[in-house]
Design a protein around this ligand. Structure first.
Ligand SMILES: [Mg+2]
Length: 187
């Protein structure tokens, strides 16, 4: 248990759920007949705006986030569900997640279906470029984006997951997987 910590703030995309895998799977399906198409493996993605998906514009990729079919194939990161269900016995959990309105609406539904009883706080991307307006002073914050981590007032914080272009600059604590998260929070 982390001393003096009441609330655990978890990011959603790229942290609880494997967003990259679902986006790449839609791309591989939809662009298969295009001349320059080459199938992409989700672990080959290292750009925030999916430049590796050459046949699709950034705007096109962004529309995936607002579609029910994206959420229909979205899966948990390995062991995330089990770890969260264990952690919620010891702390309050809040999911703090960025998105445009349609994305946040569908995401709320996904969380209600897959993590019943866990609160989600949507952060509208139109209005906020990070999560610094959320007071996390009583807690621990986990996010795969170092920008979100850096500007947060959380008492304790860590970057989640593998090294990507959007977090490679982070020299602080990194929890590489949900077993690491479990160990950090429950000991
Ligand atoms: Mg994220």
């Amino acid at each position: 248990m982390l001393k003096g910590v009441k609330t655990i703030f978890f990011d959603f995309d790229g942290c609880i759920a494997n967003t990259i895998e679902a986006i790449v799977s839609l791309y591989n399906e939809d662009f298969v007949a295009y001349k320059k198409f080459q199938p992409i493996k989700w672990w080959d993605i290292n750009t925030w705006d999916f430049k590796e998906c050459m046949c699709a514009s950034r705007e096109y990729i962004n529309t995936y986030f607002n579609q029910p079919r994206f959420f229909n194939r979205l899966e948990f990161m390995p062991n995330a569900k089990e770890a969260i269900e264990e952690i919620k016995g010891f702390y309050d959990i809040k999911i703090i997640t960025h998105g445009f309105k349609p994305n946040l609406r569908l995401k709320k539904q996904w969380i209600e279906n897959n993590l019943p009883g866990i609160e989600m706080i949507g952060v509208n991307l139109k209005k906020y470029k990070d999560k610094s307006h959320i007071d996390m002073s009583d807690g621990f914050f986990l996010d795969d984006s170092s920008g979100n981590i850096r500007t947060s007032n959380a008492k304790y914080k860590a970057v989640f997951g593998d090294i990507y272009s959007w977090n490679e600059d982070w020299a602080g604590k990194r929890l590489c997987n949900w077993e690491d998260v479990r160990r950090e929070l429950l000991g």
